[in-house]
Design a protein around this ligand. Structure first.
Ligand SMILES: Cc1cc2nc3c(=O)[nH]c(=O)nc-3n(C[C@H](O)[C@H](O)[C@H](O)COP(=O)(O)O)c2cc1C
Length: 191
């Protein structure tokens, strides 16, 4: 697929079917991720792949975290949390591994991890796959963070759900002029 086609037509797909990315496609997804802009070449990224049975373990982590966060959560809600990791053939946790750097604040390292996540979504789309970026309370949960190896300033920036789309969702129609202005015509709100 043409690069602009991929950029202009990617659409998130919430319900994803088999097949997921095969080994070769996974490698391409991560090669794309590792091309994310990266100030001072800190490589502030870690990716964890959950596929097949290991998705159930991620589901257990989600459910255990919810139970600890909200004691008294119903069995039905815990089962629902468990099932979340099964919404796609492959789930990729994207973690910003943040380190101290005199010129690269934490926000830049987290943005770099976000760019890596977006590269994965675009590359998946370009290969005929589909995906969606999800976060939710699990991303910020201390138990989930611990289980996934996020420490100190690290951030779980995404759970990327990747698989095959079961249809082509419509693209939203957005007006560029609602979001873009040239400085000489700038008419933003006054402070
Ligand atoms: C940082 C981030 C976190 C998100 N978390 C969720 C989420 O937890 N659940 C969800 O349904 N969508 C989430 N979204 C939105 C979807 O990924 C997606 O962007 C949205 O459904 C719009 O679809 P589009 O990407 O095709 O425009 C998140 C997006 C971003 C950038």
């Amino acid at each position: 697929m043409d690069a602009l086609d991929a950029l202009l037509n990617r659409k998130s797909v919430p319900r994803l079917m088999e097949p997921g990315p095969d080994e070769q496609q996974l490698e391409i997804l991560f090669k794309a991720a590792l091309r994310a802009p990266d100030h001072a070449a800190l490589r502030p990224w870690q990716f964890i792949v959950f596929e097949g049975e290991s998705r159930a373990e991620l589901g257990d982590i989600f459910a255990d975290a919810l139970a600890a966060r909200e004691p008294g959560t119903s069995e039905a809600a815990l089962e629902k949390a468990k099932g979340k990791a099964l919404r796609a053939p492959v789930v990729i946790a994207v973690i910003a591994k943040v380190s101290e750097h005199p010129k690269v604040p934490a926000i830049e390292q987290k943005l770099s991890a976000g760019a890596a996540a977006q590269n994965i979504l675009i590359a998946a789309h370009a290969m005929g796959l589909a995906g969606i970026w999800r976060t939710g309370a699990a991303c910020f949960d201390p138990y989930v963070r611990k289980k996934l190896g996020a420490v100190n300033e690290d951030e779980i920036v995404a759970f990327l759900y990747i698989g095959t789309s079961n249809g082509t969702p419509p693209l939203p129609e957005l007006e560029i002029s609602d979001y873009v202005s040239r400085w000489e015509h700038f008419s933003g709100p006054e402070n």
